[in-house]
Ligand binder design. Sequence first.
Ligand code: ATP
Ligand code: MG
Length: 342
Amino acid sequence: MTESKFTPRVFSGIQPSGNLHLGNYLGALKRFVDMQGPDMETVYCMVDLHAITVWQDPKELMHSTRELCAGFIAAGINPEQSILFNQSQVPEHAQLAWIFNCVARMGWMQRMTQWKDKAGKNQQNASLGLFAYPSLMAADILVYHATHVPVGEDQKQHLELTRDIAIKFNNDFGVDFFPITEPVIEGAATRVMSLRDGSKKMSKSDASDMSRINMTDDAETIAKKIRKAKTDPDALPSEVEGLEERPEARNLVNIYSALSDQTPEQVLAEVGGKQFGEFKPMLADLAVAKLSPISSEMARLMNDQAEIDRILARGAERARQITVPILRQTYEIVGMVGAGQN
Ligand code: ATP
Ligand code: MG
């Protein structure tokens, strides 16, 4: 397959499951903004159908979807330039996911670490949707023929599965229809860790609010969470090698470096030798300086929910200009009568 057959197009999404956090910002949102530009079509989605793979209170889901939309815009996504919408309003995502449910193999899905982590010991009681999550994610991406998908490190395995689904579909039907998507996992903060446990990623769904910095936290809360972040008793090293075996220290240095747009090497050249008692307030000041303009803009945008709803509706309309023809062609390839005449 030649890359050139497919026009470069970026797709990515975030679940509106509340608690949008620093990891989402540095690993995803900030990088979505970086990819927005005149040479790339960018499609960004609030993946509400993914959110309901675990139960969501309907009122909170609506609130989180609007708040996430405000977060995208406050972080720098321009809804005129990028296509910004919520997944459920573009039905082709779920329709293509069904086709992919018939392409993907049980064994592929059973290997997914997100499934194993989220279903935990009680797999029998997890929703079928949670199991099928990666197949819907493949559909989210491929229903746009997206070529580039910026995500955090935790989504790498799902993107590999997306490639496997595209390859199998193309082989099964003897076509060159779906692109082999490139994951874009870059920067110092592709995996921001929990502030309480350096071996766990920062997550919306972590029970402890102290484990994460929420995009809606005020300055005092951000400072308190960083002050209380787990660390070790040693001073910071001057070289990155000195962060090996020190996951909590490495995490705080990576956060500092992503927030200040520097490499960890540059950060350590500046702060090497400092104790955490000195480094943590520096990090807190930087985090507040970078995040508070975003959180106040989010709050301002949330005052006009009708405008947010209009932006989402307009985004869904633009998205469907892409997805309707791609789904129709998929149905034709698969052999569904009527697909060619819709
Ligand atoms: P949940 O715990 O409910 O799965 P989440 O925090 O993982 O929530 P998602 O909506 O699943 O958030 O992920 C949205 C994007 O943010 C994805 O691209 C994901 O890779 C990225 N992301 C999530 N957590 C982190 C993190 N700790 N560090 C960097 N990127 C992250
Ligand atoms: Mg996640």
